[in-house]
Design a binder for this molecule. Structure first.
Ligand code: UDP
Ligand code: MG
Length: 322
């Protein structure tokens, strides 16, 4: 019988359609893990209600009342997947030896949890779940995701290829993560920075069991941009290089223009002028925009606002009320 306490942390935003199903599946899985002696019976499933507008929090409280296996925290308002996940991880690390994070929709194959735990027992502090294929994704999502990972790699940000937020972290790794105080959260990029021995486990990602995706294209793009600007300053370097190249080109053009002028063929067309105005104007706006993104980030970081506020923690309610 292992005395390793496992907490499974699940951020939930308007997940009333899928939550009971998720709880059933996880309960079975946890019971199997208990019976196999892989984890302590004090292990739990912790739901994080990310300011849902539906009955999500009520369902979590009901689950908790019926079975001590389930517990939860609720945030004071919707703070987004990454912040909700962090709130859950930071709360769970107080009670657990290892924490596994996953989504509420059961897209991540829970049968690989055994392998996560095995890898932990072999001495890994972080185990990344990596999707072996993206058969169930739309062609569009698959390709944009691939392009994103490639871009991140090229920009020099260290992310684990095809890994979402399905991973195991030890208490020690979570303590490490707690020391990162950034407000612009992109956990997939931060966790590798924590260090320690890590490994990956491959799994097939299924389809959402119920409800709708909470990541429409707009949020996905924002998330990708956030990831890039939180982890890499290469875009700014590129702008500088681009500016230098254009400056050198303009020097060459200047020489050419002077030659044309002094040889008396100065019939300079309006097309070249128009092109340079539009191109340079566009480039300048782009460059200012990218730099603005970074300044926006700095602005947010200097404010040091809290990343989440926990309104209620079912674990603690029990302690203080009795
Ligand atoms: N989620 C959240 N807060 C949000 C949006 C999403 O906690 O503001 C949770 C959601 O409940 C789910 C996870 O983040 O557990 C991933 O969302 P989803 O499955 O909709 O994303 P997809 O798998 O489509 O990328
Ligand atoms: Mg999903």
């Amino acid at each position: 019988m292992s005395d390793t306490i496992l907490y499974i942390v699940i951020p939930c935003y308007n997940e009333q359609e899928v939550l009971n199903l998720t709880a059933d599946v996880l309960k079975q899985k946890m019971n199997t893990l208990f019976n196999d002696g892989k984890i302590s019976t004090r292990s739990k499933v912790m739901f994080v209600n990310d300011g849902s507008k539906d009955k999500t929090w009520q369902i979590i409280k009901d689950l908790h009342r019926e079975d001590a296996l389930f517990t939860g925290i609720t945030l004071s308002r919707n703070r987004g997947h990454q912040n909700a996940l962090l709130a859950g991880l930071m709360t769970a690390k107080q009670y657990a030896d290892i924490v596994i994070s996953m989504d509420a929709d059961m897209q991540d194959d829970i049968n690989v949890i055994d392998r996560f735990i095995d890898k932990y027992n072999q001495g890994n502090d972080i185990v990344y779940g990596v999707r072996s294929s993206r058969k169930t994704d739309t062609v569009f999502k698959r390709n944009t995701a691939l392009a994103f990972y490639k871009l991140m790699q090229w920009l020099g940000a260290e992310t684990v290829y095809n890994h979402a937020d399905y991973r195991l972290m030890s208490k020690r790794a979570l303590e490490g993560l707690a020391q990162f105080n950034e407000v612009n959260l992109f956990l997939r990029g931060l966790v590798p920075m924590v260090g320690y021995l890590s490994d990956t486990v491959e799994y097939e990602r299924g389809e959402r069991k119920a409800g709708e995706s909470k990541y429409p294209l707009k949020k996905m793009t924002a998330f990708a941009l956030d990831g890039i600007t939180s982890l890499s300053i290469k875009p700014i370097t590129l702008i500088t290089k681009l500016g230098l190249i254009i400056f050198l080109l303009s020097l060459a053009a200047l020489i050419w223009i002077l030659i044309v002028k002094f040889t008396g063929h100065a019939t300079i067309g309006w097309s070249s002028i128009l092109i340079s105005i539009w191109m340079l104007g566009g480039l300048q706006l782009l460059a200012i925009g990218i730099i603005g993104e970074y300044i926006g980030k700095i602005y947010k970081e200097t404010k040091q606002r809290p990343r989440y506020i926990i309104a209620e923690n079912l674990e603690e309610v029990k302690d203080t009320n009795q």
